[in-house]
Design a protein around this ligand. Structure first.
Ligand code: PLP
Length: 438
């Protein structure tokens, strides 16, 4: 089926292009928990596409909503115009959101959501006469997409080192990931809440009056499912409050049920001032992201003449592209009607027990989990970091399972509709793969 397909012109993202093009893996279709490849193999999707298809692939209600929307209104500009769908989606989304996050700014991706949130934070302080607050604090091992803002506050060195100067005035908190203290934790690891206090040292170094915002993922996903210790996020919140610093939660992967409730903020009981979301917002069916904004921040911008632009920022599709808005409305309705967040919470212990049964399997040096996310960290092969995990990935795929690798970690983030036999299949397949590689 791939015969005649020219693979060369497409420069693939975050991919070893030459290896892939010599050993292509192409998907033809998807439904529920499964992909079908172009050569007819059925693949269990262990990562919900890429942490996004929380209700499973090609959900009929979401598909129908998109089809109907593109046939009715394909596009309307976001600038000085709108369409009902995006207002309805903002209303629905902010009604779900925790605390005072009562406004939504739409974008097309997680990266854009992050860069938009950083800009809102800096501009907010300026609107209040504190224009010297321009510093941004991220975290080591953080992933916040690939815009210059996101890679600057992010802490994954391969994503940064090719690209020269980052944003000025950025500093980083330490990561809480530590195998010496936390290996094989179930749920939140015991050790590490004190690392939040490093923020006080950063504040002392730069002076609070220069710092606009702290941004963290409640659970760091792309670095390999790094779960916060109890109390850690609350300590960040308290320190931010003490110093007038905004707290941004990047919930691009943790929102929409992944942690067992609608948002990580809810699961961990900590309220951010701004939240970036994407992925599950439309169940991955149409690209879309959003920044959820606290009402006080929004209000700070609503000054000056009524007809004047308040925030000089936006994308051609910031209207919430009509197809994306339709997908978002349908996805949120499906999550609610099918009780998927509650289902995720119910299935989380099943996933936990299943993944931890791999403890003691060849190469495994850590297993961690929370909600419907889990990671299995492998001992890196001497002199060949990441290769062992890549081999495991390929073997799993050949055995009918899609997992994700990040460094030497295998990540699992299945759709929230996954059932017990499918969880068992994931763990059996990974176990077999690990036992058969060096
Ligand atoms: N922020 C977080 C926490 C993410 O996990 C991701 C993507 O995985 C992003 C931002 C970037 O999202 P996108 O790839 O849609 O730009």
């Amino acid at each position: 089926m791939n015969a005649g397909l020219n693979l060369e012109p497409y420069w693939m993202p975050f991919t070893g292009n030459r290896y892939f093009k010599a050993h292509p893996l192409l998907m033809q279709s998807a439904e529920g928990m499964y992909f079908t490849t172009t050569d007819g193999r059925k693949i269990l999707d262990g990562i919900a596409g890429l942490w996004c298809c929380n209700a499973g692939h090609c959900h009929p209600r979401i598909v129908a909503a998109i089809q109907q929307q593109v046939a009715t209104l394909d596009y309307a500009t976001a600038f000085q115009l709108g369409h009902p769908g995006v207002f309805e989606l903002a209303d629905r989304l902010t009604a779900m959101a925790p605390g005072g996050l009562d406004h939504a700014f739409f974008v097309n991706s997680g990266s854009e959501a992050v860069d938009t949130a950083l800009k809102i934070a800096i501009a907010y302080h300026r609107m209040r006469g504190e224009g010297q607050r321009i510093r941004l604090i991220g975290r080591e091992r953080g992933y916040h997409g690939v815009g210059f803002g996101g890679i600057s506050v992010g802490g994954m060195s391969p994503n940064r080192k090719m690209f020269g100067a980052m944003l000025p005035g950025v500093d980083h908190l330490p990561s809480t990931h530590n195998l010496e203290h936390n290996a094989f934790s179930r749920g939140m690891p015991e050790w590490g809440a004190h690392l939040a206090d490093e923020l006080e040292n950063i504040v002392a170094l730069h002076d609070a009056s220069t710092i606009a915002a702290v941004i963290v993922e409640p659970v760091a996903g792309s670095a390999g499912v790094l779960i916060p210790p109890p109390g850690y996020l609350q300590r960040l919140r308290d320190i931010c409050d003490r110093h007038g610093i905004l707290l941004i939660f990047d919930e691009v992967i943790t929102a929409f049920g992944r942690t067992g409730s609608a948002f990580g903020a809810e699961t961990f009981g900590v309220q951010p001032d701004l939240m970036s979301v994407a992925k599950g917002l439309t169940n991955g069916a149409v690209p879309m992201g959003a920044v959820l904004v606290d009402g006080d921040i929004y209000s700070a911008f609503m000054t000056g003449p009524e007809q004047a632009v308040e925030f000089f920022h936006g994308y051609t599709y910031s209207a919430g592209h009509p197809a994306a808005a339709a997908a978002g409305l349908a996805a949120l309705a499906v999550y609610e009607e099918e009780d998927l967040f509650e289902r995720a919470a119910r299935m989380a212990p099943v996933l936990e027990d299943a993944v931890h049964s791999l403890r003691g399997t060849k190469h495994v040096i850590d297993i961690r989990n929370l909600g419907m996310m889990a990671a299995i960290e492998l001992e890196p092969r001497a002199g060949e970091p990441t290769l062992r995990a890549l081999e495991a990935f390929r073997l799993c795929f050949d055995a009918g399972l899609l997992v994700r690798t990040t460094g030497d970690t295998l990540a699992l983030t299945p759709s929230l509709i996954i059932n017990e036999p499918q969880i068992a299949q994931i763990v059996d397949t990974i176990g077999d793969a690990l036992r058969s590689i060096d």
